[in-house]
Write a protein that binds this ligand. Structure first.
Ligand SMILES: Cc1ncc(COP(=O)(O)O)c(C=O)c1O
Length: 483
């Protein structure tokens, strides 16, 4: 009896949450920027992108659409952690959901079931039934590259083909499998032979059409070229006697992200999909960067009236509060008979903090009309950029879809890509010595593109019209200073 009482006490005790006030925290970390750089330079690997800048910028705080440096100078952030925080930094609603999850079920092994994993999957699956008309399922993993890996596995598992198409300028991640689809050779160069490198196809980058055509009269010449390759029995894509394709899928960024926020013409993907359907190739939409209302729709592919077979997503799924990514696929491809347990898994793939944040993000998007909101803000932002394009000769092209916007830096001739100007503008913004309304500030911008000359603008969808005005004014100041 005594033993039984003792066991009950243990059970009761362990259900109580510890009082955090009784727990000692590590003393406050208070290093200067230069001390942090010195320690970091000595002990952190330089293999990630931090040391792309030999003097990495240090930030101490963030809120809404601003980052703050150690002197409390605000930097208007138009990069938002590479499009991972579409709902703004320290978003109260998502933050509170995560805090609640921390206090209820913060840890659970990824092979057990719990509420928010199921509820988030249901939300995404039902959102896609509404959009595309068919049922599917969701599989999670910890980051965008891992979602690409899982999508590659899914395609191989379903089609028994390991070759895939991808675009010039495409970026799908940096793990070994994902690097096969990421077009730039620099991503693979140090790592030996890649047997499964994708077949890269020109992206509809109409401002610099790879075929020298004009967008309004080309009649999708680039898609016709691809169709010709399929039709040629000796081009390596298709065997016309057995009617078998050598390729399983085409991995598509509906709006190219790292490629420089390039928006294809409206009818492009419909034309491409016809070719893929004719020759039995799956359509995988990589929405890792453009998903979650970046372009004004849950998925950017919705703008193009095409139904994908697979969607990969990540980044803003959790608004940057926990690494979580995943893929959705049509039932036929991902049903439990075709894709049974163990086909993929990772220790943290079903982590509860990420699921809870993701659920709250999806719920937020359901409850407000972000479609109209992002379309209107995007239009307003683009109008401001068009005024700058008129004012500055060194801006060759501006464009955008929703709040995925771009500025191409060019030389005096108005067309030749100028990667140095682009680099200098980003560095100048980070100095934190611009002036807005009489106050010192900075601006955080990112760059991408085939020629390293495009500024990509990735504001939170929660950005206000006043903050958009500020962005236009600061970009104007930068081009005036440097060109
Ligand atoms: C379109 C796209 N796919 C995949 C990835 C890889 O995601 P992650 O960096 O989370 O591995 C990225 C990252 O920038 C991306 O933009």
């Amino acid at each position: 009896m005594a033993t039984m009482n003792m066991n009950m006490n243990i059970l009761e005790l362990n259900t109580k949450t510890e009082n955090v006030n009784d727990v000692r925290l590590t003393e406050e970390v208070n290093y200067t920027d230069s001390e942090l750089r010195e320690i970091g330079s000595e002990y952190c690997s330089h293999g990630d992108k931090v040391y792309a800048d030999p003097v990495p910028k240090v930030f101490k705080d963030c809120n809404g659409v601003f980052m703050y440096d150690s002197e409390d100078t605000p930097y208007l952030d138009l990069e938002m952690w590479f499009a991972s925080c579409n709902l703004g930094y320290k978003n109260e609603r998502i933050k509170n959901a995560v805090i609640d999850q921390l206090e209820t079920l913060p840890q659970i092994s990824s092979h057990f079931l719990y509420d928010y994993k199921v509820l988030l999957s249901e939300k995404i699956a039902k959102a896609n039934i509404k959009r595309f008309g068919y049922k599917g399922r969701v599989q999670y993993n910890v980051g965008g590259s891992q979602a690409t890996e899982d999508a590659l596995k899914l395609v191989r598992n379903y089609t028994h083909k390991n070759r895939v198409f991808s675009f010039f300028g495409g970026f799908h991640g940096r793990t070994l499998g994902a690097s096969c689809l990421t077009a730039g050779y620099r991503y693979r160069k140090p790592f030996g032979h890649f047997g499964d490198e994708a077949h890269f196809v020109p992206y509809p980058y109409c401002f610099r059409c790879p075929y020298g055509k004009k967008c309004d009269s080309c009649n999708y010449y680039c898609v016709q070229q691809l169709r010709r390759e399929f039709e040629d029995n000796c081009a390596g894509l298709y065997d016309h006697s057995s009617k078998e394709c050598a390729f399983g899928a085409f991995f598509v960024e509906p709006v190219q992200g790292s490629g420089g926020y390039i928006v294809p013409p409206k009818g492009y993907f419909k034309e491409l999909k016809k070719v893929l359907d004719d020759f039995g190739v799956l359509f995988v939409a990589d929405e890792i960067q453009m998903g979650f209302y970046r372009t004004g729709k849950l998925w950017s592919i919705e703008h193009f009236d095409v139904k994908p077979d697979v969607i990969t997503f990540g980044k803003s799924l959790t608004n940057g509060l926990n690494p979580l990514a995943g893929m959705w696929a049509r039932e036929e491809i991902i049903n439990p008979q075709t894709w049974p347990n163990g086909r993929t898994h990772s220790t943290f793939c079903n982590n509860p903090i990420g699921m809870r944040a993701g659920y709250e993000v999806m719920k937020t998007f359901e409850e407000e009309d972000f479609e109209t909101l992002v379309a209107n803000k995007g239009k307003y932002f683009l109008e401001g950029l068009k005024l700058l394009e008129k004012r500055h000769k060194r801006i060759g092209h501006v464009d955008g879809l929703g709040l995925a916007l771009r500025i191409e830096c060019v030389t005096e001739d108005g067309f030749t890509p100028d990667s140095k100007l682009c680099h200098d503008i980003l560095a100048e913004g980070l100095k934190g010595d611009l002036i807005y309304n009489g106050k010192k500030c900075g601006i955080i911008l990112n760059k991408g593109s085939h020629y390293n000359n495009s500024i990509t603008l990735v504001p939170a969808v929660t950005i206000s019209y006043e903050e958009i005005d500020m962005a236009i004014e600061l970009i104007d100041q930068l081009f005036t200073r440097l060109s």
